[in-house]
Design a protein around this ligand. Structure first.
Ligand code: PHE
Length: 502
């Protein structure tokens, strides 16, 4: 049955693919993770491990993901299966990681959308932290047990973001994903540039930039700084998540893969750098206004977006405008990444069950939406999000990357993939590319075991051990088991599953 390859959807061209891939890459990682990670890990000196990680791991693995998806023309499970049936589990593992990430990424996206709206009248009042935890999340104290009380202010926007994303995904690759990224990304870039330039004019901005960029060279001898650089690159470029495999499988046969990869890699890092400048200029202002040091106000993640930024918006001239720009950027950046996460799952289901797109979108999306609302539209959201994030986003990703790379390298597939890249691409890969992949495999092993040993012996962030055992370790093992079982499930179209990609 030739239908499989003949009927696969495609991006209209290279440009559409690049914008969608940048849409996936540019997300929360760039805006709220990169600036603080840089600050904490040596400031200006961090640029060295960061660039090394980008050039020797990020871009080479991006090429690898593209090669796997493009050569095998399938979502993650099908692409891995076309190496060998034994590899299919890796694909499902990546799919399952995306299931978990999707469930909670939606939540943060919903918060960002709500806060864009709140920015118009600074609805959070004078005490943004109390507002976020108390009034907005109505968060329970988990040491008192878990409670699943619904929080209306969260549930509404959460359902809305799910419906928007599913609507886009139901429209398909070109009409849905490429088109929405084509609209959202340029708006995002314009909004973000205005935000960063305005932040530079705030009093105290220079103080923030000093804090961000002043190099602390001594940090370079610490392994944790290098781990942070690799972690940032993996997360930020969305590599080894199955996302780039999936997107590349929708590229036409004669596409310049490596050329596109270079554009995506450098565009993502440029956005990150811009975010670092904007965020720290704003933090410099916050510190100056409060008569504090930047070190006292510097934060990343939830603390940055939902505690620090509302404070900045309260105090800055034209604060509301900055607020709409900041939270609007966060929303758009997260939305295009969120869409790419869900597409990995849809694509896998479509391949395995030969299901049509619209049906697959809802078969995947509706149950996920319910779980998302049940778990995070309730008062236990925040701690769960934190634990899931650590275990799935860190351990899950590093582990699946490590074992799948071992399998690829040990089975001598690197050469085939390199040849595939060179057949169509402008920038050729060779020995150095293969060397980078092998070295990165070693680094992944180090990341996995050093951090694993730490969390295993010390626990995580002081959460009760039953909580970490259930939602952390327990869930990680469950994911692996489920992935294995899914790989054993019969393919609706056996012929599709055994066909070699071309
Ligand atoms: N690359 C996205 C970011 O920087 C994060 C992401 C990773 C999203 C993997 C989805 C999956 O925020």
């Amino acid at each position: 049955m030739a239908q499989s390859t003949a009927k696969r959807e495609t991006f209209s061209g290279r440009r559409a693919f690049i914008i969608a891939a940048i849409g996936s890459a540019v997300g929360l990682g760039n805006i709220w993770r990169f600036p603080y990670t840089t600050y904490e890990n040596g400031g200006g000196a961090f640029i060295i491990p960061y660039l090394i990680a980008l050039l020797t791991a990020g871009i080479p693995l991006l090429f690898l993901d593209y090669a796997i998806g493009h050569r095998h023309r399938g979502g993650a499970p099908l692409s891995y299966r076309r190496f060998s049936p034994h590899f299919e589990t890796f694909g499902w593992w990546q799919v399952m990681v995306n299931v978990i990430i999707g469930i909670y990424y939606a939540v943060v996206l919903g918060w960002a959308a709500s806060y864009t709206y709140f920015s118009f009248n600074t609805a959070w009042g004078d005490k943004p932290i109390d507002f976020f935890i108390g009034e907005f999340l109505k968060m329970g104290d988990i040491t008192q047990g878990v409670s699943f009380e619904f929080v209306g202010m969260i549930t509404g926007p959460l359902i809305a973001v799910w419906l928007v994303a599913l609507g886009v995904l139901a429209l398909g690759i070109q009409k849905g994903i490429a088109k929405s990224s084509g609209i959202l990304m340029p708006i995002l870039v314009v909004m973000f540039i205005i935000l960063v330039v305005s932040a530079l004019f705030l009093p105290g901005a220079a103080k923030g930039l000093d804090a961000l960029f002043t190099p602390d060279w001594s940090k370079l001898s610490s392994p944790s700084v290098w781990i942070a650089a690799y972690g940032q690159i993996f997360f930020s470029l969305s590599i080894c998540f199955g996302i780039m495999i999936t997107y590349a499988s929708y590229l036409k046969k004669d596409s310049d893969l490596t050329g596109s990869g270079l554009v995506v890699g450098f565009a993502n890092s440029s956005f990150e750098l811009l975010a670092g400048i904007g965020v720290f200029a704003a933090l410099g202002f916050m510190a100056t206004a409060a008569g504090q040091e930047v070190s006292e106000v510097a934060k990343g993640g939830i603390g940055l977006a939902f505690f620090a930024f509302p404070t900045i918006i309260n105090e800055a001239p034209f604060g509301q405008v900055l607020g709409v720009l900041f939270f609007g950027s966060l929303t758009f950046a997260a939305l295009t990444s969120f869409i790419s996460v869900i597409e990995v799952i849809i694509s896998a289901v479509q391949d395995k069950l030969r299901m049509r797109r619209v049906k697959a979108t809802f078969v995947v999306g509706i149950p996920m939406m319910f779980v998302s609302v049940l778990l995070f539209g309730t008062t236990t959201g925040l701690p769960m999000l934190d634990v899931l994030d650590k275990f799935v986003n860190y351990f899950g990703i590093v582990a699946v990357a490590f074992v799948s790379l071992i399998a690829i390298v040990a089975n001598e597939k690197l050469g085939i993939l390199g040849d595939h890249l060179n057949e169509t691409s402008s920038f050729k890969v060779g020995f150095f590319w293969r060397l980078c992949i092998v070295l990165t495999t070693g680094i992944l092993a180090f990341m996995l075991f050093s951090e694993g040993a730490k969390v295993f012996s010390e626990g995580y962030e002081g959460y009760p051990s039953w909580f970490v055992n259930t939602f952390g370790w327990g869930m990680s093992v469950a994911l692996l088991v489920v992935s294995f079982l899914l790989s054993r499930l019969k393919w609706k179209d056996e012929e599709l599953a055994v066909k070699k990609g071309e």
